[in-house]
Design a protein around this ligand. Structure first.
Ligand code: ADP
Length: 225
């Protein structure tokens, strides 16, 4: 099993500090390597919170998250940084590409912290950009790309360090219909052809159905749809 979540709880305190709102309540989730899973649910139900905890961008109140056999909460600060950079890839609703860097440079950013062969990283970045259909955009700046192209560059960046798990938080949320469909085609292809395990959060039911398994976040727990 690649991802195993047990009894995850998370609550947020209201800004006036009075009352804690439970977002996740004893949530369990198991994802095998090679699966594609979508999580649906209305805005504010806690979907991003789940991904942020898996990606170690946020902490749960209690419960455990194991990725590839390692318990995320037990990682040291140094190991956490490596975990965020190499074990999981993240795609957000907005691409978060650096505007002053070219597409190729953006894809290489996550490799900078690793002591790896720069030439090999560059070859891999170019291959990845070709596989997302951006071989002709390597030296463009993000501002010169369409929204869909920017998201595909973000996918390449998320995959550069060969993570086992790709987390996608509303990846099509800022795209028009056609670009959204193309991005989902790409994610499906990464999963089916390259075996990348995919966990995607969306509120779009039609897109969620493109994943092999659909779960709904309801009252802080995940239920099969
Ligand atoms: P979704 O992704 O399903 O839209 P989120 O996970 O973003 O939902 O948020 C779930 C709930 O937790 C919402 O009610 C949101 O307001 C609250 N929330 C999220 N992050 C914070 C935070 N940092 N502080 C306080 N409340 C938060």
């Amino acid at each position: 099993m690649l991802l195993e979540i047990q009894k995850l709880t998370k609550s947020y305190r209201a800004t006036d500090g009075t009352e804690a709102i439970a977002v996740l309540r004893d949530l369990d989730l198991q994802v095998d390597a090679g699966e594609s899973v979508s999580i649906i649910g209305p805005s504010g139900s806690g979907k991003s919170t789940i991904l942020n905890i898996i990606g170690a961008l946020d902490r749960a109140d209690s419960g455990s998250v194991k990725v590839d056999g390692r318990e995320v909460e037990k990682l040291s600060e140094a190991n956490l940084a490596t975990y965020r950079n190499t074990s999981v890839g993240f795609i957000f609703q907005l691409h978060h590409l650096l505007p002053q860097c070219t597409v190729l440079e953006n894809v290489l950013v996550p490799t900078l912290a690793l002591k790896r062969d720069n030439a090999a990283a560059r070859v891999r970045a170019e291959e990845l950009l070709a596989s997302v259909g951006l071989q002709h955009r390597l030296h463009h700046k993000p501002g010169q790309l369409s929204g869909g192209e920017r998201q595909r560059a973000a996918v390449a960046r998320a995959l550069i360090n060969e993570p086992k798990l790709l987390l996608a938080d509303e990846p099509t949320g800022a795209l028009d219909r056609d670009s959204a469909a193309r991005l989902i085609d790409l994610l499906v292809e990464l999963n089916t052809k390259h075996g990348i395990t995919l966990l995607m959060v969306t509120h779009a039911l039609d897109l969620s159905r493109r994943m092999k398994r659909v779960l709904e976040l309801r009252d802080g727990q995940l239920v099969a749809v």
